[in-house]
Design a protein around this ligand. Structure first.
Ligand SMILES: O=C(O)CCC(=O)C(=O)O
Length: 262
């Protein structure tokens, strides 16, 4: 298996994206893909994430990151087959391929900004600045609530992925508002793809309900993953997924264990 074969078998070819989507990813560093999930799917994700959050209690999110004022979960790949869509959806993968070329999943997590909480400093998801067009990471936010001006919608600074600097390099306080920032205002079911070198961050949830989303985060194939997918891979996950999906996870299929399960 190689990247072009995996993408072709998953239906994630470049022609899945229209010219405007490609241009927005290049110029702005982000693009919303409307209607990736229908209302029934959105509701199913909300319900399953609530179950997992209750079941995991204080441990929730620990595999990758815990954050005060949020409900986070990590390693969703191994927690329910319903999450497979987050790393196999053809349009999402085509957009990630447009940004990164070759890639694999880095981690699949959820984040709910709780009422009165959720503000983050502007940041990139990569330690050092990179030259434009040498991007190493790309994220996708799967909106499980309508993102509004008040409920903690993610802010981004359009074009900042091309600046070769991080917010902390040039802002006195990256937690401040940036004059060029825009919030991602879109209905539940939208997936926002963003180049993770883009300056971005969660905002304060001023509403009375959690603002829920999943983050399906990808990195170039030669980079380490935020969550080591090989280490965490459960046998039932390996049995369920086909070769191109396993390739996207960056794990090599083990023919013996797969045969045992079929
Ligand atoms: O959920 C969000 O609005 C953004 C979260 C984010 O950027 C992060 O946790 O690093």
């Amino acid at each position: 298996m190689d990247m072009p074969t995996a993408l072709r078998q998953l239906g994630a070819t470049e022609d899945v994206l229209d010219a405007d989507t490609r241009k927005r990813l290049d110029d702005d560093g982000f693009v919303p893909l409307p209607g990736i999930l229908d209302p029934t799917q959105v509701e199913a994700f909300r319900a399953r994430l609530a179950e997992l959050t209750a079941a995991e209690g204080d441990r929730a999110g620990r595999e990758v990151h815990q954050e005060a004022g949020t409900d986070r979960l990590s390693d969703l790949v191994n927690k329910d087959p319903m999450f497979d869509i987050c790393f196999t959806h053809p349009t999402v993968l085509a957009a990630v391929a447009h940004v990164l070329g070759d890639f694999k999943l880095s981690s699949l997590n959820s984040r709910a900004a709780l009422p009165g909480q959720g503000h983050q400093a502007l940041h990139t998801d990569w330690g050092d600045p990179v030259p434009a067009d040498d991007y190493q990471v790309c994220n996708s936010i799967w909106l499980l609530d309508d993102f509004t001006a008040d409920n903690g919608a993610t802010r981004v600074v359009p074009g900042s992925h091309r600046w070769g600097e991080r917010p902390s390099d040039v802002m006195a306080d990256p937690a401040d508002e940036h004059p060029d920032q825009v919030q991602q205002l879109a209905p539940a079911g939208t997936v926002v793809i963003f180049n993770s070198h883009l300056w971005h961050g969660g905002t304060l949830n001023r509403s009375t309900e959690p603002r829920r989303a999943m983050h399906s985060y990808f990195t170039r194939r030669h980079q380490p993953q935020q969550l080591d997918q090989t280490k965490y891979l459960r046998p039932e996950t390996e049995r369920r997924l086909d070769d191109p999906a396993l390739f996207v996870l960056g794990v090599s299929a083990n023919p013996a264990s797969r045969a045992a399960g079929h």
